[in-house]
Design a protein around this ligand. Structure first.
Ligand code: ATP
Length: 388
């Protein structure tokens, strides 16, 4: 099973620029987590600090009892063996074939003979859908294939933690859907702890068990996916809706006066540009297209308010969405079930009372009959939670 990663009070600056401060979270063992955030908010720096490629100014990163933010080189090296990293562009050596790229960590860090190297490389390349592509050079293949080759290389040392930097960047939506499925399939097969850094909303909505978001040098939230997906935090709602109105600006930081204007509807950027907004509603916080669509100014979270259903968080939604929470991807038929699913559900149900009400409603609305029996929850309790 994967290993838990505990981050405590992590702070990082480059010169006078503070990237983020006091970031604390736990990546639960064997679960898939996503870190979201607008461009430039330090997602990649965060990922690198988990591998010890960036040293934070303060804080700890505990992996298997070792604080990799402060440990000695030898321990860092040993702990890194537990981790596989897929960088944005695959980070392949351009002059080596895919086969040699994927074999590289095995030849560098183990004493395996070439026959074993071949067995492992072929197995991992097949896992990411690159069987038979070994002889190709990185320059001869598409960006999606390069990413998958980078993923195969990240897998050869059988990591218990996999860190993935923007797996969707440069990919079309179909390739992004494939790599999303691949990450879930991998988790089902090897039960590793996975952290994906991305700003792809679709991936964030359908892949992870847990989601966090970095914004303005802070971790806005981190927890079960239902928390962020039902959040009424303005930056989160704007980000999920992909809208310009809200606190996130082109230069990451809008000035406060602009935000105030937008939120009061007294003239957002769209108005000044003479653009239409759906429904003519001035910069409503909860107005995420395709998620919250109920009338009324009280609709801040933009959740659970299907027309004619009484505007309730937790109500059923068309297309299988519940309370604005789309179904999570499941492994491809024929693969094992994800072991993380039950572990996560146990944890979430244990801590349910600590979560925001909308998240609770979303979680309860999504329970299967088997879940309800397991946790002793009656259907009417779940419905009542959705109504409150
Ligand atoms: N080695 C470095 N030296 C100085 N500044 C750096 C260094 N690495 C990153 N930064 C700065 O830290 C900030 C965060 O960068 P990072 O690449 O982590 O953002 P990101 O959220 O991953 O962005 P994107 O989504 O666009 O990839 C940026 O302002 C970047 O310029």
């Amino acid at each position: 099973m994967g290993i838990e990663v505990v981050v405590e009070g992590l702070t990082k600056s480059f010169g006078r620029q503070q990237v983020w401060r006091d970031v604390s979270l736990t990546l639960p063992a064997g679960e898939v987590s996503v870190m979201l955030g607008p461009s430039g908010t330090g997602k990649t720096v965060f990922l690198k600090s988990l591998v010890g490629l960036v040293r934070p100014d303060r804080g700890r990163v505990l992996i298997d009892g070792v604080d990799i933010a402060s440990c000695r080189e030898k321990q860092l090296y040993r702990t890194r063996r537990l981790m596989g990293v897929m960088f944005q562009d695959g980070a392949l050596f351009g002059s080596m074939s895919l086969y040699d790229n994927v074999a590289f960590p095995l030849r560098e860090h183990t004493r395996l003979g070439e026959r074993d190297v071949r067995r492992i490389v072929e197995e991992k390349m097949a896992m990411v859908g690159l069987a038979g592509d070994g002889p190709k050079l990185p320059g001869e293949i598409s960006g999606g294939m390069r990413k998958r080759a980078g993923l195969a290389r990240a897998l050869v040392l059988d990591p218990q933690i996999i860190l993935v930097d923007e797996p969707d960047s440069g990919l079309d939506p179909v390739r992004t859907a494939y790599i999303s499925q691949l990450l879930i399939d991998l988790n089902a097969q090897i039960d590793a702890t996975i952290l994906i850094v991305t700003h792809n909303i679709q991936m964030a909505r359908t892949v992870p068990d847990n989601i966090g978001m970095l914004f303005r040098r802070n971790l806005v939230t981190f927890g079960p996916r239902e928390v962020l997906l039902t959040s009424d935090e303005p930056a989160v709602a704007q980000f999920l809706g992909g809208r310009r109105e809200g606190p996130i600006g082109m230069a990451e930081e809008k000035d406060d006066a602009t935000v105030e204007l937008e939120l009061t509807g007294a003239g957002g950027i769209g108005d000044r540009a003479g653009e239409d907004r759906a429904g003519g509603d001035p910069a409503r916080i909860g107005d995420r297209p395709g998620i919250g669509d109920g009338p009324g100014p009280g609709d801040r979270a933009g959740i659970g308010d299907g027309p004619g259903r009484g505007a309730r968080a937790g109500g059923d939604r068309a297309g299988g969405d519940r309370a604005g929470i789309p179904p999570q991807l499941t492994p491809t038929p024929g693969l094992p079930e994800r072991q993380a699913v039950n572990r996560r559900m146990d944890r979430v149900m244990r801590d349910l009372h600590l979560l925001p009400r909308a998240a609770q409603a979303g979680i309860l609305a999504g329970l299967t009959d088997a879940d309800r029996a397991r946790y002793g929850i009656y259907r009417r309790d779940a419905i009542r939670a959705g109504e409150s």
